[in-house]
Design a protein around this ligand. Structure first.
Ligand code: XMP
Length: 317
């Protein structure tokens, strides 16, 4: 019978045996999977685990600083890297979703490669891959259809020649959370919604600019903050906001406005493969919509996405 305690015991033992005195490098995302994987490897080999957390300029508002601090508090040997300009540079003029994903994948590898080379004699790459990622990356690569190229699986360039260690690759998400709990990780971190690797880049439809990122961060913070305030956060599987490449006419005081439209998206799901739109209370939606339009300059209309997956997807790109 599987228990998280015995999983942790056995993993730590086998990681110690496998890794010995070797150094391991790991990129952390702030998400549940990479965090749990890192803490597990850290328990096994301590300071020989070198963690890298990249600010790609596409994270949620204040997320980089907050997550970096919580990693430091957990005792990880972690380096924060500000790579915003590199990502924005490679994304400039791109508007097609897969082109954006490719550029982000490349930017990430550039930065990771640069940082990994600073670690003398590193032998292993640690990854937070979980079982559904393994399945999905097989199906994404299959002949029938490339749905979306999830850039966080298999994106390692050959020349890095690192051996790969993926301590969670037999686990489902709920098992990963149970392991995280056993490891004593903050429940707030374990309860976080999934967030896509390409971040806000695939929630800004069309071209990305730092100004659009700033607008979307504000809107997203109001929506997510509202879900927490109304105690709805844990009832939805994932939530976020899309900044649409559409302007509409509004009125503010005596003035006509002509500003952007945002779409709120919140879904219920078990694994992200299928999803239903979350039936959030009208009073909640009304408050959030008012807050957004009153507080965020550049947005004068809020809509709520009522599409299920399939045939829609969770993200709009
Ligand atoms: P979709 O939009 O395909 O998303 O219904 C399913 C889940 O995957 C996330 N997602 C991604 N995650 N890289 C990621 O790491 C990606 O390119 C990517 N695209 C979508 C999405 O947020 C949802 O949780």
């Amino acid at each position: 019978d599987w228990t998280s305690d015995s999983f942790v015991d056995q993993s730590v033992k086998s990681l110690r045996q496998r890794l010995g005195n070797d150094k391991v490098v790991m990129a952390l995302s702030g998400g549940v999977d990479s965090t749990v994987a890192a803490i597990l490897v850290h328990q096994a080999i301590g300071k020989n685990l070198y963690c890298i957390f990249v600010d790609n300029g596409l994270l949620r508002k204040d997320e980089f600083e907050q997550v970096l601090h919580s990693y430091q508090d957990m005792g990880l040997n972690i380096k924060g890297v500000d790579a915003k300009d590199h990502f924005y540079g490679l994304l400039s003029d791109l508007s097609e979703p897969e082109a954006k994903r490719k550029a982000i994948g490349k930017a990430f590898i550039d930065i990771f490669d640069q940082e990994a080379h600073l670690i003398e004699d590193v032998k292993w790459l640690g990854q937070g891959t979980i079982y559904p990622d393994v399945i999905e990356s097989v199906s994404v690569k299959g002949p029938s259809a490339t749905i979306k190229s999830h850039h966080n699986v298999g994106g390692l360039p050959d020349f890095m020649k690192l051996k790969v260690v993926e301590p969670l690759n037999t686990l489902f998400k709920d098992e990963v959370r149970a392991v995280g709990k056993t490891l004593g990780i903050d429940p707030k971190i374990l309860g976080r919604h999934p967030f896509p690797g390409p971040g806000l880049a695939i929630r800004i439809l069309g071209e990305i600019t730092p100004e659009k990122v700033a607008i979307l961060q504000e809107v997203d913070a109001i929506f997510i903050g509202g879900l927490r305030k109304w105690d709805l956060y844990k009832d939805v599987w994932q939530a976020g906001v899309m900044l649409l490449p559409v302007k509409s006419v509004g009125v503010m005081g005596d003035e006509r406005t002509y500003e952007s439209v945002v779409a709120l998206r919140a879904v219920t799901s078990v694994d992200g493969m299928t999803a239903d739109w979350a039936h959030l209370p009208y009073d909640f939606l009304a408050e959030v919509s008012n807050d957004i339009i009153n507080k965020v300059k550049g947005v004068n209309r809020v809509v709520y996405d009522i599409s299920s997956k399939p045939p829609a997807t969770i993200e709009w790109e």
